[in-house]
Design a protein around this ligand. Structure first.
Ligand code: NAP
Length: 340
């Protein structure tokens, strides 16, 4: 019988980042786990998903709004897959594999209501953090539910070599649309094309706006925006009249000062002159029930693939996370945790 941990190792916030995250803003520390309450489950984490959105929680307030960031010394939030060690929730028994918001730690106490039991027959449980997890459901929500992509349309996707972007373009293709990616550098553009996109434009090379217009003859009907900023401005310029923008994330603003008043007028003029519908969405609130069955079917058919970059152990997390935020990771970044 495995011993039940009461102390675990976790990646915690050592100090608030000054704009750009440094790996020593984070540190690995021993933290106490709370006693298992009614309805809770103790999980030995096997793999973690590192997500750009977590960066927002390291500031005093998320995007300068009302939601507070995490406290200094608190574990970083995030999704993980693990094995149930102990359960006070009727839906789980020891040995079950689950996915949920474990945080960046080796062992976690999680409310069972927020956990999803995994079927190991569906393959590698880490996929529950990729195509069959938040990246997949986010891509699906934006393309299917928010943008309502139809056959024959052209869809622009930014951060197209990232987990969400790569899946979003492949879903657009599975629905009979044309997919045009935007990614940083020739290697990432090549990877995007290998995943079936019809074109990919390198935003780090000069002339993004012109090259995007060329890649979208007649204008695109949909923009799946992961980044905001200058890349979004160029994408808006390549949209057809009446196009829809599914605003998924703002990667270019996760580590900036927050205020760029000069851009607002340009954005508003583009929205007005093109009659655009711009809609931000949260997957947690908008994901339709069809998402996982459709994603699972497309994955089995080989219509959606997702390369995974795996690093080993919690100690690798701070540097790997900086690499993710600075564009040195392609596809999904997973941290494998040994033991348990
Ligand atoms: N709405 C929701 O409910 C929801 C849920 C989950 C995720 N999201 C959002 O979905 C987006 C994608 O998430 P992901 O996990 O797949 O991350 P990701 O795209 O893999 O994010 C990392 C990539 O961001 C790109 N990037 C970084 N800084 C940039 C900048 N200044 N301008 C343009 N691109 C930049 C880099 O790619 P390049 O090298 O190509 O620049 C980097 O590789 C994020 O915005 C995330 O917050 C939203």
């Amino acid at each position: 019988m495995r011993g039940i941990a009461v102390v675990t190792r976790a990646v915690v916030l050592a100090r608030r980042p000054r704009l750009t995250l440094r790996s020593d803003d984070l540190r690995v520390a021993a933290i106490d786990l709370p006693p298992l309450g009614e309805g809770e489950v103790r999980v030995a984490v096997r793999c973690l998903s590192l997500e750009p959105f977590t960066r927002l929680y390291l500031d005093e307030r998320l995007l300068g709004g009302a939601i507070p960031g995490i406290a200094i010394g608190a574990p970083l939030p995030g999704a993980g897959v693990g094995e149930v060690l102990e359960s006070r929730h009727e839906g789980f028994v020891p040995g079950d594999f689950v996915e949920g918001r474990t945080g960046w730690c080796e062992c976690a106490v999680v409310n069972g209501a927020a956990l999803r039991k995994l079927d190991l027959a569906l393959g590698d449980p880490a996929m529950a953090l990729g195509i069959l997890g938040l990246p997949g459901t986010t891509a699906y929500t934006g393309i299917v539910e928010v943008a309502g992509v139809r056959p024959g349309e052209t869809v622009i996707v930014s951060s197209a070599a990232g987990a969400v972007g790569l899946i979003a373009g492949q879903i657009a293709k599975a629905l009979g649309a044309r997919a045009v990616g935007i990614a940083g550098g020739p290697d990432k553009c090549a990877l995007v094309l290998e995943h079936g996109f019809d074109a990919c434009v390198d935003y780090k090379a000069p002339g993004l706006a012109e090259r995007l217009v060329e890649a979208c003859p007649g204008g695109a009907q949909v923009y799946f925006d992961n980044v905001g900023g200058e890349v979004a401005m160029a994408a808006y310029g390549a949209l057809a009249h009446g196009a829809r923008v599914a605003l998924c994330g703002l990667l270019s603003h996760y580590q900036d000062e927050g205020d760029e008043p000069g851009d607002l007028g340009r954005f508003m003029r583009l929205i007005m002159s093109k009659g655009l519908r711009v809609e931000a969405f949260a997957t947690a609130l908008r994901c339709p029930p069809s998402a996982l069955p459709d994603l699972s079917r497309w994955m089995k058919e080989g219509a959606i693939r997702l390369p995974v970059t795996t690093v080993q152990g919690l100690d690798a997390c701070p540097a790997a996370y900086v690499d993710l935020l600075e564009g040195r990771i392609t596809g999904k970044l997973i941290v494998a945790i040994a033991g348990g």
